[in-house]
Design a binder for this molecule. Sequence first.
Ligand code: NAP
Length: 414
Amino acid sequence: MAYKHIVVPEKGQPIKKKGKKLVIPNRPIIPVIEGDGIGRDIMKATRRVVDAAVEKTFKGRKKIEWMDVYAGEKAFELYKEWLPKETCDAIAKHFVALKGPLTTPVGGGFRSLNVSLRQILNLYACVRPVRYFKGVGSPVTHPEKMDVIIFRENTEDVYAGIEWKKGSKDVKKVITWLNKNMKLNIRKDSGIGVKPISVTGTKQLVRKAIQHAIDNKLPSVTLVHKGNIMKFTEGAFRDWGYELAKKEFRSKIVTEDELWDKYKGKMPKGKVLIKDRIADSMFQQILTRTDEYSVLATPNLNGDYLSDACAAQVGGLGMAAGANIGDYIGLFEATHGTAPKYADKDVINPSSVILSAVMMLNYMGWNKAGDMIVKAIETTLNKKTVTYDLHRQMKGAKKVGTAAFADHIIKNMR
Ligand code: NAP
């Protein structure tokens, strides 16, 4: 495929799909979007850490061939477009990619490039593990109790981008139609947004969440929704989730009702408990009964809020990894944004993207390299060498910049 601005590394080979599996060559080409703002700092550090771990683990037998692809400010400089088609094509062709954060203007301007990428590539599950790293300061008494993985629906809900601005011709049409035909009384000075939640979107997300729990022998999957208020969207998310669990995983799951009706509250061995919580209750439960939760399956907006809140409980966004996964394509990126006030200052914590890259290595089956990075981060934190965000929560720690922190992780690889 001839690209306009993307340079394909000569020595690399693309990852291929064979049947239902990805085949990973020894020198896979991995597209990488550097990202805006702090993306420039953290992506440099991340590439160095990943390259060092792969080299130390596989002694030259395997190597990642990074291929820069463009979105956001860099894409606009090169293509006069924020999200060029060839970027999406390159990610789709190579299946596995790494991404830095991208700016989204608030209240106007263009729509989120992150949301567009997820929708164009049908990366329907945003997967965000949140765990505690020993030694990291936290605002709660028992941060070590947190070990959850959030599966957030990634393509619909209020993020579908169906909105009409107050006073526009379109919003007038929508309000007039609704007031007349649905006998509503919407104020004329309203903006309007639409919140679609489908059986398809819900089931493909919940299926991935339950399969993950089964594959990793995790105790429960909790469906998080605001179904008491939004009955036919969030309530339906819950109902379709249970429906799928009972239809496709019957012999492997027990619902919370069944737990009490059939098993007297004692969980049978080897099964996954499927439960649900109303979103507001979930936010207090994750603080007060943290270790009762494992996999959380959520519609788009709940998952976005919940992942930042969970990350805050274990030391902040600097440690919060993530991935956008479809049937085969995986686009790995941190939970946080571009944190513009820290851009190009060499201060920000790169762990979030480094840990996202660990998820990427695991997705490729290169777990040994991923494990080496996690252990090296643990050692670095134990030695109390940290970036500013962790430093402000840790007594007696030494503060280092982004690049130096990456150097310490590499030095601590065993
Ligand atoms: P943000 O970029 O996530 O930053 C908010 C705060 O979180 C920072 O000021 C910093 O807190 C902390 N933080 C974030 N990343 C950190 C890191 N690696 N290490 C340490 N601390 C970190 O949120 P925002 O300022 O609301 O959003 C900025 C832009 O990013 C917006 O345009 C938004 O749309 C976009 N965004 C993009 C993505 C994405 O690309 N996937 C995701 C979210 C937001 P302190 O100031 O307290 O140190």
